[in-house]
Write a protein that binds this ligand. Sequence first.
Ligand code: ZN
Ligand code: ZN
Length: 416
Amino acid sequence: MQDVTANDRSYAAPRTCAIAICLDGCEPEYLDVAIAEGLMPNLKRIRDAGTNRLAHSVIPSFTNPNNLSIATGRPPSVHGICGNFLYDPDTGEEVMMNDVRFLRAPTIFSQFYAAGARVAVVTAKDKLRALLGADLKFDEDRAIAFSSERSGDTTKAEHGIDNASAWLSRPVPEVYSADLSEFVFAAGVKLLRDWKPDVMYLSTTDYIQHKFAPDEQGAKDFYAMFDRYLGQLDAMGAAIVVTADHGMKPKHDATGAPAVIYVQDLLDDWLGAGAARVILPITDPYVVHHGALGSFATAYLPEGADRADIVARLRALPEMLEVTTREDAVKKYDLPADRIGDIVMISTENMTIGTSADRHDLAALKEPLRSHGGLTEQEVPFIVNRVLDMPGAPALRNFDAFFYACAAAALEEVPS
Ligand code: ZN
Ligand code: ZN
């Protein structure tokens, strides 16, 4: 195989399987705590003998923008996916961005596939699978792309594999479970051993991270489980990058109540009811574990509104870390200008942004709120099981995962 170009970046032809693992919501502290407690012997060994860095995610620090950045090697300004849905100001409709028609750049996987490689993509939630699997063809047994969520319904024609659940001898997991992610790892191990991909992407869900802080048992169990699979992947000689789509921070007050600033209510006060439209791009059909509350929001303002004045008023609020115009946000965060509102808001570390108080079902939150979306969840682990010469944050981005996974997989010497 030759080197492969995707979105103007060149990826070294791998000699062994190049794997990127996206641990959803993996604030670096999760790994530090688990390693300190001796629960991740494989990751500890890999971190010590390989390359251990921190990287920055893309903003908003949400799942889809970051997974698509990892899959394309580029920020949202290039691939277009800047949230779970977008707002069309002309129709007043909110449109889910799960469909491939919203994707503006080819994935690294599709480019490797076109170059003749064997490509495998396994995600926890099905919402990502279509986007990540864009342009893969399943008729030559060189591509596999499926989610653990829908692993019982996969077909050779659409996913490259019939009934992945039966193939793996694991029942289809509950959507809200640690199992949903464990299924991804187990599938990765079996694919590497039996199907031998050249490039593989494994992407989990942050159900556990929304629920448990790093020092809680549920989190420790999760990372100990991951470490066992990581050890197997490493032992088979694959070049592995372990990173995350974003971090995770507590977003509640001392009593455990969610910390929220309701910006739609504020703008309704200032501009008239419903004149402005606040969009929370974290919103999706799976909101149970975060109540649709994150640290990033955008708003469309009515024509004639004094934008500078609104920005200044929002900036003055202690709950806000940063409030910018669309133009500044586009430049600073590499966002697609046509898919964000007139202003962008990012809340502080332990604060989330809501629309109106009556539109969030906080009763669904069983634990004190933990969430993401802002600048304070931008720092993520970036660990390679090879020695590579590479920068750290902020120059290193989580979407450099395949660049370095391929560089590592192209190395001649495999350290033992
Ligand atoms: Zn995520
Ligand atoms: Zn999340």
